[in-house]
Design a binder for this molecule. Structure first.
Ligand code: 2AM
Ligand code: CA
Ligand code: CA
Ligand code: CA
Length: 263
């Protein structure tokens, strides 16, 4: 695959999708719940996923698509070229705030992330990464992450993980909150990874993310030296939902070992 040519193509369809999403603010959107009352999806999430799929199928026959809303392929393995797409990451923000959401896209070949994109639609800010070619914020090259320490770090984390939950002992995350400089919750995993890559936060963690939430961001964050694993320290497998920690390399293992406590 010609990464340079695909990069140009992807940027143009992402910008077109962003235009469609911004236009949707002018008309009524229909909102439904998925797994529970707070897990929202709109007709725009679905339409944008279908827009990408029709373009990719037309222009890259043979590539497969793994999208949150289920209009793509049934992906059970890493074979060939797979586009991992979240048409709107941060749907709750899209519905309630009309900002703080993103299009998230990663292109993987045989399980290896080659291209990654996170598009902050309302701010028209594009983060992207090319394997071996660097990470960029609106085409400005992002520098490698500089070493830090827990006490001077800002961690992005949903408050849900600091109260008793079924995944991990929340006493660990409570201690982390006390030890770091600050905590931020943006409500979009993709944006949180973009902020890690651009040095605005030093780590992002979640007990429950899906492949399309992290696929694009992993390529971008990887290019500036961030480390991304599940809570067992294993690489994210990108086939199913899992725990997730992406961090500045100087604090990644410390967060896992000291603050992520199994139940
Ligand atoms: P979404 O908006 O695409 O659904 C919010 O903290 C982050 O978690 C968002 O990236 C959101 O993605 C994701 N998220 C929301 N509900 C989720 C769920 N039930 N399972 C997994 N991820 C979820
Ligand atoms: Ca969703
Ligand atoms: Ca998502
Ligand atoms: Ca989504």
């Amino acid at each position: 695959m010609d990464l340079h040519e695909m990069d140009r193509y992807i940027k143009s369809i992402i910008k077109e999708a962003g235009h469609r999403i911004r236009n949707s603010f002018l008309s009524d959107i229909s909102i439904e719940s998925k797994s529970d009352a707070d897990d929202l999806v709109t007709n725009i999430d679905k339409e944008i996923e279908q827009f990408f799929i029709s373009r990719i199928n037309r222009d890259f026959p043979g590539h497969r698509i793994y999208g949150e809303e289920g209009f793509g392929d049934d992906i059970q393995d890493h074979k060939g070229i797979i586009w991992l797409l979240d048409p709107i990451d941060g749907t709750m923000n899209f519905v309630h705030q009309k900002r703080n959401f993103a299009i998230s896209l990663g292109v993987y070949e045989e399980g290896i992330g080659k291209l990654g994109y996170i598009y902050d639609v309302v701010n028209d800010d594009l983060y992207h990464g090319v394997l071996g070619g660097g990470a960029y914020y609106n085409d400005e090259r992002l520098s490698k992450l500089k070493d830090t320490v827990i006490g001077e770090s800002i961690i992005a984390m949903n408050a849900t993980w600091a109260v008793p939950n079924s995944y991990f002992d929340h006493k660990g995350t409570l201690q982390l909150i006390q030890d770091v400089r600050g905590i931020r919750s943006y409500g979009s995993a993709a944006l949180e990874l973009a902020y890690l890559a651009s040095g605005r936060v030093d780590a992002y963690l979640s007990m429950r993310l899906s492949p399309w939430d992290i696929a694009g961001g992993m390529v971008i964050a990887g290019e500036v030296g961030a480390i991304a694993t599940n809570f067992n320290g294993a690489p994210a497998n990108l086939l199913e939902q899992d725990t997730f920690l992406a961090a500045n390399p100087s604090i990644h293992s410390q967060i896992l070992e000291k603050y992520i406590l199994p139940k």
